[in-house]
Design a protein around this ligand. Structure first.
Ligand code: G1P
Ligand code: ZN
Length: 541
């Protein structure tokens, strides 16, 4: 097989979401090839293996898909399954890997980061269970990138990605598949489409913002064609290489239009959005934003109303900074609650081991054991299924939820692009004071416990230390502090604020007011301003 000589790039360490860099970095000669070859060398797939390839359609997607196919052909794969047009949402790719029993898959995406020639690009390797490669594999990939001296690639014409069916590149069979079909079939198995269709036929209105990103075709097919929602339900539904110049990040800042539509007098009953690659979700009812942490709790409480979860849940998993709302649901259901480090990969082992069925993160990721990635449209459909059965507005459903479990007010404050030294000093100072914090009273809040979160995976005993500082106050409120592992410029400090009001307490506060004491406590404990020179966060979600 043709081999091309190359030399290593120093910056190819894959993070939790793969290798994510500016498009211009990926455009350097040999850059992407080095990384893809390092993946192939590290995983050492048996001859005859199948590889799934697809991406979120952002700028450079098409070029990279063709490169990946030519390299798969030169690396003894027997079959590449690729989404038509090079498109696969991340959850759909996870499903295809599982369904086709592929050895693994390459997902081309930078998730919710902006796209276009000056935007971001990414390559992530997922393993045979459909989930992101575990650390021992990403470590092996990185090790390989530091010594790589050749890559393999065949010379061949571009594959026609518009034509469904099989083509050949040398010995390799390239199968172009409808990116939506298998995913939509899976959703039909999990959810009561007839009940949702009846609810919509009865006048229930929804709005789904695909943010010019990959979920457009999925949402058109599922929400409009199969569930009968009117044309126009899906907005920004045609994937664009630059996401229309927007951040495809479904939060209250970047999905502002949807938020305003849902707060208007004539708002639809239900609003939702997803991100660049379709794994995140934003849920807004008429007049009410549902925090991702509350959404996880509400979905877990009522999941049994959907056919796919009628047998109940084996457990709930949430990332450490995600609010404890789901813990209260797990306690009531009498099932385990697993608190994991930030990042979806920690859920995979629990799902594989049958220890959890539903999992979620405060960063708008929710999912279940149906795939091994978070799944934006899945969350939307579970919400719709629950609403179709319970026949009440989102606001009433949440009010009843809080009356049952108490309410967890929640917000995340992000300080972006700050100097690394200041951020490190803040964390080091805080870590140095953990032992003395308990017992301290800040305003009216008494610190009950403080630690640096460490996790031991119950399935394989592996440990992850220094995952972020948890400060718990008497009464169940919390402040969590950690540095982002995904930012591309400087450091990003994340401060997670959570106030618990038990049943019978103040369940109807405005979130900002409810959290004001915790914001003050955070400044008093962390000295944010002194360390990083900021008086307010850049983004509140
Ligand atoms: C962020 C989110 C985290 C998510 C990750 C990948 O990571 O906070 O929940 O799993 O993106 O989508 P962070 O930048 O905080 O390390
Ligand atoms: Zn994403």
């Amino acid at each position: 097989m043709p081999e091309i000589a190359t030399t290593p790039f120093p910056d190819q360490k894959p993070g939790t979401s793969g290798l994510r860099k500016k498009v211009t970095v990926f455009q350097q000669p040999h850059y992407a090839e080095n990384f893809i070859q390092s993946v192939f060398d590290a995983i050492d797939a048996p001859a005859g293996a199948t590889l799934v390839v697809g991406g979120d359609g952002r700028f450079h997607n098409g070029v990279m898909i063709q490169t990946a196919i030519r390299m798969a052909a030169a690396n003894s794969f027997a079959r590449v399954v690729v989404g038509q047009g090079g498109i696969l949402s991340t959850p759909a790719a996870s499903n295809l890997i599982r369904k086709r029993e592929a050895f693994g898959g390459l997902i081309l995406s930078a998730s919710h980061n902006p796209g276009g020639p000056d935007g971001d690009f990414g390559i992530k390797y997922n393993v045979g269970n459909g989930g992101p490669a575990p650390e021992k594999i990403t470590d092996a990939i990185f090790a390989r990138t530091t010594v790589i001296d050749r890559y393999r690639i065949v010379e061949a014409a571009d594959v026609d990605l518009t034509a469904l069916g099989e083509q050949r590149v040398g010995e390799l069979v390239v199968e172009v598949v409808d990116p939506v079909a298998d995913y939509a079939a899976l959703m039909e198995q999990l959810f009561d489409f007839a009940a949702i269709r009846a609810m919509i036929a009865g006048g229930f209105r929804l709005s789904f913002d695909a943010m010019h990103a990959v979920t457009g075709p999925y949402a058109h097919e599922i929400l409009e064609n199969r569930l009968g929602a009117s044309a126009g339900t899906v907005v920004n539904g045609t994937p664009q290489e630059d996401f229309g110049g927007h951040h495809p990040d479904p939060n209250l800042v970047h999905a502002r239009d949807l938020y305003e539509r849902m707060m208007a007098a004539d708002a639809p009953d239900f609003g939702a959005a997803s991100d660049g690659d379709g794994d995140r979700n934003l849920i807004i009812g008429r007049g009410i934003f549902v925090t991702p942490s509350d959404s996880l709790a509400a979905l877990a409480a009522d999941a049994h109303l959907a056919p796919g979860y009628a047998g109940g849940l084996k457990g709930i998993a949430r990332s450490m900074p995600t609010s404890q709302a789901a813990d209260r649901v797990a306690a009531k259901l009498g099932i385990p609650l697993h608190e994991t480090p930030t990042g979806w990969k920690f859920f995979g082992n629990l799902l594989d081991a049958g220890m959890a069925t539903i999992c979620g993160e405060e960063s708008a990721g929710t999912g279940s054991d149906h795939v091994r990635e978070k799944d934006g449209l899945w969350a939307v459909l579970l919400w719709l299924n629950i609403l179709a059965v319970r026949k009440m507005p989102v606001a009433q459903l949440m009010a009843e939820h809080w009356q049952t479990y108490g309410r967890t007010y929640y917000a995340r404050h992000d300080y972006e692009g700050i100097a690394t030294e200041g951020a490190d000093a803040l964390m080091a100072g805080l870590r140095g004071r953990l032992a003395t914090l308990p017992g301290e009273t800040v305003d009216d809040l008494t610190v009950e416990a403080a630690d640096d979160f460490a996790y031991t995976d119950p399935t394989d005993g592996s440990t992850s230390n220094r995952q972020g500082v948890r400060i718990r106050f008497a009464g169940g409120s919390r402040i969590v502090v950690r540095l982002s592992g995904t930012g591309t410029e400087g450091a990003t400090l994340r401060v997670y604020l959570e106030r618990y009001e038990p049943t019978g307490g103040r369940l109807d506060l405005v979130t900002g007011d409810a959290l004001a004491p915790l914001v003050a406590a955070a400044e008093a404990i962390l000295s944010i301003q002194a360390h990083i020179g900021r008086t307010a966060p850049d983004v509140i979600t």
